[in-house]
Design a protein around this ligand. Structure first.
Ligand code: G4P
Length: 528
């Protein structure tokens, strides 16, 4: 097999999505331990708490019990090269999370067995389904009492609108939890308490399974398992690889991440089933991950990743070809040739320079301010671009200014840098150049205020505005009386395009009725 083909097929790039507290940190940590990327449990937590101690912004995360940053972790396991993209576990960060999902080839969703499908997971799920991203489900905390597994499948199907197919099935739950029965390999995986390693016993058939379990489980637990397995065989969804790959069926696994139970077997199945990088659509047609020409796109920009370094990192998802140190590339948006500046890969607790990288890999580029989210980078002068990343129109608006006018320079720099990350949009009023912020979720304002103070030393004064909709002016002249009325406000975006803010749908429709010949759009035209 050609080198590039071999490298691409051993790459698995995925995101873990979950509601806060379902066990994402714990599961990630166990996977990193398996891959030898960290040596002791608690490292990921420790990393989290170190950040808490050094940044007020992270302090906000702690108070809210959320994770604001998305990070990338790479490690090797059983010959596979794994890239895990962390996603913030809060709906207010949906825009950032959605964009991260564009850079993965599959998604692992963690559910807490006691809580099932929670509201925030629903939103993320919809994005995966709409984009046809394969989803794997890990139902966690089986050592605790929770919902009936069949009820959980129903929830997944009803609430999320996707078929579920259990690869393994729990034997008991909480105090009666004995392990799982793997329906694929006909193997019992016994749960060893206190993080003891699992023991495995193969069985021939259900009679054999029952016989084995009689040694350790109570009759009620065995009876329930046998009934459920039979029901699944007769009325459940049979596993179908193509349906999984289309994102229409989710393979379900059970486990207890805290005691590492079910994690290695989950990972083994996942690595076999989950797709490696697949072709992506571009303006020049399908781009194959094994194509010789290098290409990728920027899906995330983050300023001040490390508060002690004050650096800005643009995250590039490689879609084809091979990255080699010192190679020339072109930025599609500007047509300019550029060397990729010191690309880095991210491990559990360190970053390292990259010499080679392939489709599926995520590399971090130092960004002196040249990149924008959605940029395509090509290894050839015959430029092409990947489709636009989804944009989510802001629904919350606020006017801001620095409390201390002497900090104006830092204020301008902070606003510019944080806006480039794409978490918040910045507008100005035409006459007085007041700064108006737009965000998808309210919490983004709080994070913004926090970061402006922690990273740029600027205290902000903020006044919430009661607008809910932003529309770009596509055609027509806006009458001056509509610049600022009781229901609308005209502002300029960062490239001086006109944007109208409206209080609600009613005021938007009224405006359109009154101003024939004006066309408005929900998303800005692409900035060249
Ligand atoms: P998150 O990143 O999704 O927010 O969740 P995290 O892994 O931090 O886990 C949330 C809580 O759930 C933690 O408890 C963690 O120990 C616990 N947990 C994770 N997996 C399991 C599991 O399989 N079984 C049980 N019983 N608990 C689990 P905590 O009290 O908030 O933190 P800690 O004091 O344990 O660190």
């Amino acid at each position: 097999m050609a080198k590039i083909q071999e490298e691409v097929s051993r790459r698995k790039t995925f995101a873990i999505i979950s509601h806060p507290d379902a066990g994402k940190t714990t599961l990630t940590e166990k996977m990193l331990l398996l891959g030898g990327a960290i040596r002791s449990a608690g490292s990921v937590k420790a990393r989290k708490s170190k950040k808490f101690a050094t940044s007020d912004w992270m302090e906000l995360e702690k108070q809210r019990g959320i994770s604001v940053t998305s990070s990338v972790m790479q490690f090797e396991y059983e010959g596979y090269k794994i890239n895990i993209l962390d996603t913030p576990g809060h709906e207010d960060f949906s825009e950032d999370t959605y964009r991260t999902l564009m850079a993965v080839d599959s998604v692992v969703m963690i559910l807490d067995v006691a809580k099932g499908v929670e509201a925030q997971t629903k939103k993320l799920f919809k994005v995966c389904r709409d984009r046809g991203i394969p989803i794997f489900t890990f139902i966690n905390k089986m050592d605790r009492h929770g919902k009936d597994p069949l009820e959980l499948f129903e929830e997944i199907e009803e609430v999320l609108g996707i078929e579920s197919t259990p690869v393994n099935y729990p034997i008991g739950m909480g105090p009666t939890f004995k392990g799982v029965y793997d329906r694929f390999t006909k193997t019992i995986e016994y749960y060893g308490e206190d993080e003891e390693e699992s023991t495995f016993v193969s069985v021939e058939n259900y009679t054999d399974l029952r016989k084995q379990l009689e040694k350790s489980a109570d009759e009620e637990t065995i009876e329930k398992l046998m009934e459920d397995l039979q029901l699944l065989d007769e009325a459940g969804n049979p596993f179908h690889l193509d349906t999984v790959k289309e994102g229409k069926q989710t393979p379900v696994f059970f486990g207890s991440a805290i005691s590492n139970f079910g994690v290695p077997t989950f990972l083994q199945h996942f690595l076999q089933i989950a797709p490696s990088p697949f072709p992506r659509e571009s303006s020049a047609g399908k781009v194959n991950p094994t194509d010789k020409v290098f290409s990728g796109f920027i899906f995330k920009i983050q300023a001040n990743m490390d508060p002690s370094h004050r650096d800005r990192i643009a995250f590039l998802r490689i879609c084809s070809g091979q990255y080699e140190k010192g190679m020339s590339t072109w930025l599609e948006r500007t047509g300019k040739q550029m060397k990729l500046a010191q690309p880095q890969q991210f491990f559990a607790d360190s970053r390292e320079g990259v010499d080679h990288a392939y489709a599926g890999d995520i590399v971090g580029l130092y960004d002196p301010g040249v990149y924008q989210i959605g940029d395509t980078i090509c290894g050839t002068k015959e430029l092409f671009e990947f489709g636009d990343l989804p944009q989510f129109p802001p629904e919350h608006f606020a006017k801001v200014r620095p409390k201390n006018a002497l900090r104006h320079k830092q204020y301008v720099k902070g606003i510019q840098q944080l806006a480039q990350e794409g978490a918040i949009q910045v507008y100005r009023t035409p006459k007085f150049e007041d700064t108006i912020l737009g965000a998808v979720g309210q919490l983004q304002f709080e994070v913004f205020i926090y970061r402006m103070k922690a990273e740029y030393g600027v205290d902000l004064e903020m006044e919430r505005l009661s607008y809910q909709l932003a529309r770009w002016v596509k055609e027509g002249e806006i009458p001056e009386k509509a610049y600022y009325s009781s229901t609308s406000m005209l502002v300029h975006d960062y490239v001086k395009r006109q944007v109208l803010l409206f209080k609600n749908e009613f005021s938007l429709n009224y405006f359109l009725q009154q101003n024939e010949g004006i066309t408005l759009t929900e998303s800005p035209p692409k900035d060249k």
